[in-house]
Design a protein around this ligand. Structure first.
Ligand code: PLP
Length: 476
C-alpha cells in the first residue's frame, strides 16, 4: 500500500522516455551554462501506471463526488459536470491572457456577463472578478475602503469585526494596515448593538459582517446596524461566504452594505478544497467604483474590451483576469440555474433546519433558533462520557461520511458546524441523521470506540500538529 511513485519508478524505462522526447537534440541547442549538472530525480513509469497510482491514492481519501460533505461555511455543494465541460472548452482553456482583446471576445463576453449577473445577485453597482479567493476579495475590498477615505483626506484606522467572524476577516484588515477591534456577540449569537454603539467613532473605517453569520443566524438588526455605521461615517463590508442561504431572497445592497465579496467556489459551484482553486469577486456601490482594480471588462456596444482608465484604481490585485476557469464555472452554473438560484437557497435552508430538528434530542444545538443554511452543534451531551467533538467527527469517517467543520466558529466551545447544502436528497440527510444518532448512542455505551476512531481508513488518527509542522511525505 505504502509505495510512493518514486519507489515504483522503473529506471529502465527512463532511457526510452528520454529518447522519445529527443532530449539529446534539445540539449545540444541550449547553451551549456543553462544545463543542469546533476540528474533530475523524476519518477518514470508508463502512463497506465501513473494513472493507477494517482487513482488509487485518490480512493484512499474522501472524494468530492463520493458522498455527503457537510463541511460548514464551505458550501460543498454539487458541482455540475457541465461546468467542467465548459471550463475545458478549447476557446477558454487554450487562450493566453496576453492575446489582444479582438482575439478573446468570447472570454471577455463571458466575464462581462458574469459581472452583470453578480451585480444582479448582490445588488451592487460594479464588480471586479480579479480576486482569487474569498480572503483575497476581503483584502481587495479593504484596500478600496482605505483608498476611498484617503481620497476624502481622512485617515481612519479601525475596522470592527464580530467575534464570530472567520479568521480571514481580521487578517485581511490587518494586512491592509487597519487596527482590528472585536465586537462581542450577544448570547443569542448576534451583534451586540450596545457594544457596537460604544465602539463606533470617527476613526472607524468599516464594520465587516457575515450575514447569515457563522452560527447560521441571520442578523435581524442589519438595517439598524447599517444605519449606525453609516451615521458614524464608516462603511459596511459583507463577507459573502454564506451567500448560499440568501440567493434571490435578499441581497447585501438591500441590507445596506457598501462592499461585498463572493466565494464563487462555494456558492457558485467549483470543486474546492485544500486551498483552491477559488475566485472571490468583489462588488461595490457606485461611490467606490472608481477604486476598483484594473482592468475592468466592458462592452462598448460593438466589442468587449479591457478598461484600464481608472485613475483612482487601487491597481492590480492579480496578474491577469483572476482565476478564469472558476469564472467560467460560475457563469455556467448561474446561467443554467437562472431564477432557480432562489429555490437552491430555499432548499439549502430547509435541509439545514431538517437535520437540526432531527438531531436536537441527541446533540446540544449551540443556539437553538431557526437557522439559515447551516447550524452549530456541540458535544455538551457527550462530554459526560469523555467524548469530544474531534472523536465524533473521526467516527463519522468510519461510517463513510465526511465530517462537518469542527472547532469553528471559535466562540462556540467544541463546535460542529453542519452545512448540508441544497444538493442532498432527503434519503442522504436521513442516513446522516441515523449515523449521527448512532454515534451519540455509542458515546454513551462504548466511548472507547470513539476514542481511537477512525478504524477503517488507510491512515488512522494522525497527530495533526506534528503533521502540519513536520510533514512526512513518505508513506511507510
Ligand atoms: C471560506 C470563508 C472565507 C474565506 O474564503 P476563502 O475563499 O477560503 O479565502 C471567509 N469568510 C467565511 C465566513 C468563510 O466561510
Amino acid at each position: 500500500m505504502g509505495t510512493t511513485i518514486f519507489e515504483k519508478s522503473d529506471k529502465k524505462i527512463k532511457s526510452r522516455a528520454q529518447k522519445a522526447c529527443n532530449l539529446d537534440v534539445l540539449e545540444k541547442s541550449i547553451d551549456k551554462k543553462y544545463l543542469r549538472t546533476s540528474e533530475i530525480n523524476l519518477p518514470v513509469m508508463s502512463e497506465r501506471e501513473v494513472v493507477s497510482h494517482y487513482t488509487n491514492l485518490s480512493k484512499k481519501n474522501f472524494p468530492l463526488d463520493g458522498g455527503f460533505y457537510p463541511l460548514g461555511s464551505c458550501t460543498m455543494k454539487y458541482n455540475p459536470k457541465v461546468n467542467e465541460w465548459a471550463a475545458n472548452l478549447d476557446g477558454f482553456l487554450n487562450i493566453h491572457p496576453n492575446q489582444s482583446d479582438e482575439t478573446i471576445q468570447g472570454a471577455l463576453a463571458l466575464m462581462c456577463t458574469l459581472q452583470k449577473q453578480l451585480c444582479a445577485i448582490t445588488g451592487m453597482d460594479a464588480i471586479s472578478l480579479q480576486p482569487e479567493a474569498g480572503a483575497h476579495g476581503e483584502l481587495t475590498g479593504m484596500m478600496i475602503i482605505k483608498a476611498y477615505f484617503e481620497k476624502l483626506g481622512m485617515e481612519k484606522k479601525k475596522v470592527l469585526i464580530p467575534d464570530s467572524a472567520h479568521g480571514t476577516n481580521p487578517a485581511s484588515s490587518k494586512m491592509c494596515g487597519f487596527e482590528v477591534i472585536q465586537v462581542k456577540s450577544t448570547p443569542d449569537g448576534l451583534v451586540d448593538l450596545d457594544e457596537l454603539e460604544n465602539l463606533l467613532d470617527n476613526d472607524v473605517a468599516a464594520l465587516m459582517l457575515t450575514n447569515p453569520n457563522t452560527l447560521g443566524l441571520f442578523e435581524k438588526n442589519i438595517t439598524r446596524i447599517a444605519n449606525m455605521i453609516h451615521n458614524a461615517g464608516g462603511l459596511l463590508y459583507y463577507d459573502g461566504a454564506n451567500f448560499n442561504a440568501i440567493m434571490g431572497i435578499s441581497n447585501p445592497a438591500i441590507m445596506g452594505f457598501d462592499v461585498v465579496h463572493l466565494n464563487l467556489h462555494k456558492t457558485f459551484a467549483t470543486p474546492h478544497g485544500c486551498g483552491g482553486p477559488g475566485a472571490g469577486p468583489i462588488g461595490v456601490v457606485k461611490k467606490l467604483e472608481e477604486f476598483l482594480p484594473v482592468p475592468v471588462v466592458k462592452f462598448d456596444g460593438k466589442k468587449y474590451f479591457r478598461d484600464y482608465n481608472y485613475p483612482n484604481t487601487i491597481g492590480k490585485v492579480s496578474s491577469f483576469f483572476g482565476n478564469f476557469s472558476v469564472l467560467v464555472r460560475a457563469y455556467t452554473y448561474i446561467t443554467m440555474m437562472g431564477k432557480d438560484l432562489k429555490q437552491a437557497s430555499i432548499d439549502a435552508v430547509l435541509n439545514a433546519n431538517y437535520i437540526k430538528a432531527k438531531l436536537q434530542d441527541c446533540y446540544k444545538i449551540a443556539i437553538d433558533e431557526v437557522c439559515a443554511h447551516e447550524f452549530v452543534l456541540t458535544n455538551e451531551l457527550q462530554k459526560a462520557f469523555g467524548v469530544n467533538t474531534l472523536q465524533i467527527a473521526k467516527r463519522l469517517i468510519d461510517y463513510g461520511f465526511h465530517p462537518p467543520t469542527i472547532y469553528f466558529p471559535l466562540i462556540v466551545h467544541e463546535a460542529m458546524m453542519i452545512e448540508p447544502t441544497e444538493s442532498e436528497s432527503k434519503e442522504t440527510l436521513d442516513e446522516f441523521i441515523e449515523i449521527m444518532k448512532k454515534i451519540a448512542q455509542e458515546a454513551q455505551d462504548t466511548p472507547e470506540l470513539l476514542a481511537d476512531a477512525p478504524h477503517n481508513t488507510p491512515v488512522r488518527k494522525v497527530d495533526e500538529t506534528n503533521a502540519a509542522r513536520h510533514p512526512n511525505l513518505r508513506w511507510s
